[in-house]
Every structure is written in structure tokens, then in C-alpha cells.
Design a binder for this molecule. Structure first.
Ligand SMILES: Cc1cc2nc3c(=O)[nH]c(=O)nc-3n(C[C@H](O)[C@H](O)[C@H](O)COP(=O)(O)OP(=O)(O)OC[C@H]3O[C@@H](n4cnc5c(N)ncnc54)[C@H](O)[C@@H]3O)c2cc1C
Length: 420
């Protein structure tokens, strides 16, 4: 074995890969965590001033996981935005459903967290673990299995040299286009949604009151995610899923002051003026939206987690949450196996991980496809059905309680660290 070896190589130090590295590192595993991108900013420079553009709505289950890893307190002491309610409605009808955390005796349905802050908090914890080696600017370019080990070819941008490392286990946490998944020959089922998501930050005339709002427009859903900035509730993070042409137009509009004013008017109208006047305060980049599901999550000594295993429409705000649950379940299975003296890479243990995660992720992917079809349709019968559906659901308290439990991430076969 060479100097670089460890128990496991994790490719991708995004929110999911970094969380998995922390889970395994805290259990004493020797972890090699690699990322092709730049290192994240130091946490002490974040969490003040204007909000950053990319945020995630984290469920209660994800918060518990991050709490158990000692990450949540450093986020909470800087900036997280709890939301107590959710309102979802159809722009072309009268149906509306509202959720309230109080219905199930909770103080919040979830928290909006800036992605870079979460990354920085994870990095700070990882740096305290001598058995985890985190390296940026290192790209996976080759992969093969040899004598029971993963042999990984790397391109090291800093040192400008190729490098080979090996370990018995390898994890692909390398995002929706996962190079490791391709190199391992794992097939993927990809569905183009025909939509792109524009994100930006806004200031609103009226306070959001801790309510996350989502309106279904003919071209796609528009979400106003409530942010608390310096104790004020007049900022929101926007995710507007629409046609790629419209998204690209909005990105250009945000390039100058006059355009931002136009974009603000569009947002004010699109949300039915519920928050009064909306002012755009940042750029408005857009991202293509594809749904993907890997044909299998495991292979010989290899596991996929997060977007590498499944990417879904941002309308549910579930991508990171599902990825964190993958990481927690995989770590739970591997750590338990090692404690029992079994091989973590044993196909039966790998299969248990896949079994515990696949059905839940598949159900969420299917639900997102169904939502998109139902709300994307202009057929009068479907429009009537969705209005009745939303209004009816709003009156059905047992079903509503179930949906709230889902929003809290409290369903299915949860890993022990994430249970209430
Ligand atoms: C507009 C938008 C809004 C969203 N909102 C939410 C939300 O509210 N809540 C939620 O839960 N989810 C949300 N999501 C989804 C969420 O952002 C993703 O599910 C999440 O970022 C996936 O994390 P990951 O760590 O699996 O992958 P990624 O964040 O994609 O990280 C992959 C990492 O792998 C690295 N990498 C790639 N290739 C290589 C290579 N060859 N070698 C080494 N490293 C490599 C990359 O540099 C990267 O750091 C949203 C998504 C979008 C587009």
C-alpha cells in the first residue's frame, strides 16, 4: 500500500461527500477526501452582510444529523433561517394548501442555510480530524478495480502531476454528472425536464413571517424561501423553475440596474403581490434541471451517494436532504459492519445500503415527476383536479400531518442519528 492509502476514498467534497467523510472520520476511519474544485472560504469570513445566492432548505432530520456531528451549532451561531409555515398554491386557480409546524408540535418545518456556510462548517470540523485528508484541486480521471482495491488516477492541478492512490472502498459523491459513476460503467436513467432554475436574492416590502411560499405558474414553480438577515424578515432566496429561454432572459436582466428593476416587477406579479414590492439585490444565474437516477448505487467496493446516485427537481428542496440521508445510512452500515468484524465492502452490506435508500429516493423522484406533469398541464380537467386537490388536501388533517412529517424528513427507514 502506498502513502496515500486509507480505508476509503471519497470523490467529491460537496455537502454530501464532506458529511460522509466526517461521519467515517469521527468513527476513526482513515479517509481520503478529494475535490476537483477550489477550497471553500473560511467560516469566520461568512454569515454576515448580504445572503449568498445558493441556499438549501434543510429538514429536521438533516438538522439532527448535522447536530450530532457538531456542525449545527456553528451554523446557528452565524446564520440560519427557520421557517414555521409553508404555503403552496396554483397561480391559475383558487386551490391552496398551507402547512404549519405547530400542527405536529414542532417549532419549525425546516431551516434555510447558505450552502457555502454549511460547506465551511463541515470543513472546519474535518480539519480537526488528523485521520481525514481533504484535498482540493485534485480531479479523478481514472478508476479500476485491482486485487480487491479501488485504484484511482488523479490529476493534481496544484502540483501539475498525475497520481495514483488506492483503497479498499471508494465513494462517488461527485455530483449529478458523476465521473466515477461513468468510469465504473454504472448506467443512469436521465429525464430532461425541459426547465432551468434561476436563483437570486430579493428584498421584499412586507415581511415573510417565516413562511416558505411556492406558486405553480404555467411554466413551472416559483419559490420564495424566507431568510432572516440581521434579525429582519424582509429577504428571500428565489428559485424560479421555468423554460430555459425565460431563465436565460432573467439572467441577462439581472446584469444591470434597469433590468433588475424589471425582474423585480416580474417577481412581484408572479407571487400575486403577497409580499408587496420585490427588489432584486443580486445576480440571477440559472442551472439546467435534469432528473437522474443511477441504475445501481453499489458495485464492487464502490457506493454512490447524493446527486451522484440521484438528482431531482429543486421544487421539493430535497436534493441535499436525501444525499445527507444516503451518507448517514452508508456510514451506519459500514461502521456497524466493521465493529462486528465483517468486511464493510461485503456485497450483502453494500446491498443493504442500496435497499435502505433506493426506494425512498425513487419515490421522491416519481413524486417530483408527477407534480411537474400535474402543474405543467394546461388541460382544463387537470387544472380543475389540482385546484380541488389542493383545497381538499388542505381540509384533510391526517393527510396534511403526513405531508408535514415528509417536509420534516421524518419518514421511512431513518438512520439512528436522524431520528426524533
Ligand atoms: C437551484 C437549485 C436549488 C436547490 N435547492 C435545494 C434545497 O432547497 N434543498 C435541498 O435539499 N437541495 C436543493 N438543491 C439540490 C442540491 O443543491 C443538490 O442535491 C446538492 O448540492 C448535491 O450535493 P452533492 O454533494 O451530492 O453534489 P455536489 O454539490 O454537486 O458536489 C459534487 C462535488 O464533486 C466534485 N467533483 C466533480 N467531479 C469531480 C472529479 N472528477 N474529481 C474530483 N471531484 C469532483 C465537485 O467539485 C463538487 O464539489 C437545489 C438544486 C438547485 C440546482
Amino acid at each position: 500500500m502506498s502513502d496515500n492509502d486509507g480505508d476509503v476514498i471519497i470523490v467529491g467534497a460537496g455537502m454530501v461527500g464532506a458529511s460522509l467523510a466526517l461521519l467515517l472520520g469521527e468513527a476513526g476511519w482513515s479517509v481520503e477526501l478529494l475535490d476537483a474544485g477550489e477550497p471553500v472560504a473560511d467560516i469566520d469570513t461568512l454569515g454576515e452582510g448580504a445572503p449568498s445566492l445558493r441556499v438549501s432548505a434543510l429538514t429536521a432530520a438533516s438538522r439532527r444529523l448535522l447536530g450530532s456531528l457538531g456542525v449545527w451549532p456553528s451554523l446557528e451561531s452565524r446564520r440560519v433561517s427557520p421557517y414555521q409555515g409553508m404555503a403552496v398554491w396554483d397561480a391559475e386557480g383558487s386551490g391552496e394548501i398551507r402547512f404549519d409546524a405547530g400542527t405536529v408540535g414542532e417549532s419549525a418545518l425546516g431551516h434555510i442555510v447558505e450552502n457555502e456556510l454549511l460547506q465551511a462548517a463541515l470543513t472546519r470540523r474535518l480539519e480537526a480530524l488528523p485521520n481525514v485528508r481533504l484535498r482540493h484541486g485534485v480531479r479523478l480521471v481514472g478508476y479500476r478495480r485491482e486485487a480487491g482495491e479501488a485504484v484511482v488516477g488523479l490529476d493534481n492541478a496544484t502540483e501539475r502531476r498525475p497520481e495514483t492512490i488506492r483503497a479498499p472502498l471508494i465513494v462517488g459523491a461527485d455530483g449529478g454528472r458523476s465521473p466515477l459513476r461513468s468510469l465504473a460503467g454504472i448506467p443512469v436513467c436521465e429525464t430532461q425536464t425541459g426547465q432551468a432554475a434561476m436563483v437570486t436574492s430579493v428584498r421584499t416590502e412586507h415581511g415573510h413571517g417565516g413562511i416558505a411560499r411556492q406558486v405553480f405558474l404555467a411554466t413551472g414553480p416559483l419559490a420564495f424561501l424566507p431568510l432572516m438577515i440581521d434579525g429582519r424578515d424582509d429577504h428571500c432566496s428565489i428559485v424560479w423553475s421555468t423554460t430555459p429561454e425565460a431563465a436565460s432572459r432573467m439572467t441577462s436582466l439581472a446584469g444591470d440596474e434597469a433590468g433588475r428593476a424589471d425582474l423585480g416587477h416580474m417577481l412581484t406579479r408572479a407571487i400575486g403581490e403577497r409580499l408587496g414590492r420585490v427588489d432584486v439585490i443580486d445576480a440571477a444565474p440559472h442551472f439546467p434541471i435534469a432528473q437522474r437516477h443511477a441504475g445501481r448505487y453499489v458495485d464492487d467496493g464502490l457506493a454512490l451517494v447524493g446527486d451522484a446516485a440521484h438528482s431531482l427537481h429543486p421544487l421539493a428542496g430535497q436534493g441535499v436532504n436525501l444525499g445527507l440521508m444516503d451518507a448517514a445510512v452508508l456510514a451506519e452500515e459500514w461502521i456497524r459492519a466493521k465493529q462486528r468484524g465483517a468486511e464493510p465492502g461485503d456485497p450483502r452490506i453494500m446491498a443493504r445500503y442500496e435497499r435502505r435508500r433506493r426506494s425512498e429516493n425513487a419515490a421522491m423522484l416519481a413524486a417530483m415527476q408527477g407534480f411537474q406533469r400535474l402543474f405543467g398541464s394546461r388541460q382544463p380537467a387537470l387544472r380543475l383536479a389540482r385546484n380541488w386537490g389542493l383545497a381538499g388536501l388542505d381540509r384533510l388533517s391526517p393527510v396534511k400531518r403526513l405531508l408535514i412529517r415528509q417536509a420534516l424528513g421524518e419518514y421511512g427507514d431513518l438512520p439512528a442519528r436522524c431520528r426524533a
